[in-house]
Design a protein around this ligand. Sequence first.
Ligand SMILES: Cc1cc2nc3c(=O)[nH]c(=O)nc-3n(C[C@H](O)[C@H](O)[C@H](O)COP(=O)(O)O)c2cc1C
Length: 287
Amino acid sequence: MSWVSIDKDLCTVCGTCVERCACFSEKDGEIIASADVNSCNVCGHCVSLCPTRAISHSQMNMENFIELDENIKIKTDDFIDLIRRRRSHRKWADKPVPREVAEKLVDVCRYAPTGSNVQNVEILLLQDPAKIKKLSDLTMESFEKAQEMLEGRAKALKAAGKELPASMQYSLDVLRLRSQRMASREPGRDTVFHKAPLVWIFHSPEATSAPKDNGVIASTTVALTAMTMGLESTYIGIFEMAASYRPIMEELNLPAGHKIISVLIMGYPSWTYHRTVDRKPIKVRFE
Ligand SMILES: Cc1cc2nc3c(=O)[nH]c(=O)nc-3n(C[C@H](O)[C@H](O)[C@H](O)COP(=O)(O)O)c2cc1C
């Protein structure tokens, strides 16, 4: 039984579905659909493209295929302005993000694309300051432990007249620099989540199509949409680096086989950036 059915009374045999997707073919002036788990990745393009609403898909909610208003035009310069306005924020107004605002942003994630349309990005939203602080402390603890371990290795290798491999030496240099910087910061400062009112942890099965890309596309979709609601955010890669530390994994309690694929902090900003910033030109080659 095909997942897709065609209403013969509505179908004009325009052939768009045939051109778009191998699940469709034309025979004796009729369109035939044979979509199933082996051939269809549930992208919905067939339903969305059909000019006469002749196609329905049993694996999707047809009510969510809403007619697109062709009069809505987003001006290119306005869109570029939004992108140029985006700044990483680390200082927040004392104002929580309302639940319904967070829910609207979670919903927009559904529309971010995923490799092979896997749609398996999940989100853990943290709002509890105590939990956020605990994860921040555990992140720093994980770096201290990693540094201790690498210092021990370096010492043992030196005693044996050997050198630390280049990749380990690089990690050790990064960890040493980080701990020096942390030592110079005032106590109580949250250098991981910057005391943000909301932390977004995007995660997905590790064994899936393009998990990291899916995560970053989802978080970027959320971050840009949030700006239209007065919210700002920052990607937090430092937490991702520490996320395999067992106490952090236990604290997060993600589903088995899941991996963190992007992290954002978010809130209403307490600083206003007054102007755009300079960035290096992109190196590009047109061929
Ligand atoms: C993948 C990624 C990871 C990042 N990780 C952190 C982080 O752990 N902590 C932090 O404060 N900022 C982090 N940032 C923010 C960058 O420092 C910031 O984007 C960069 O300095 C440019 O500033 P802008 O975002 O205002 O343009 C990260 C940004 C990206 C894209």
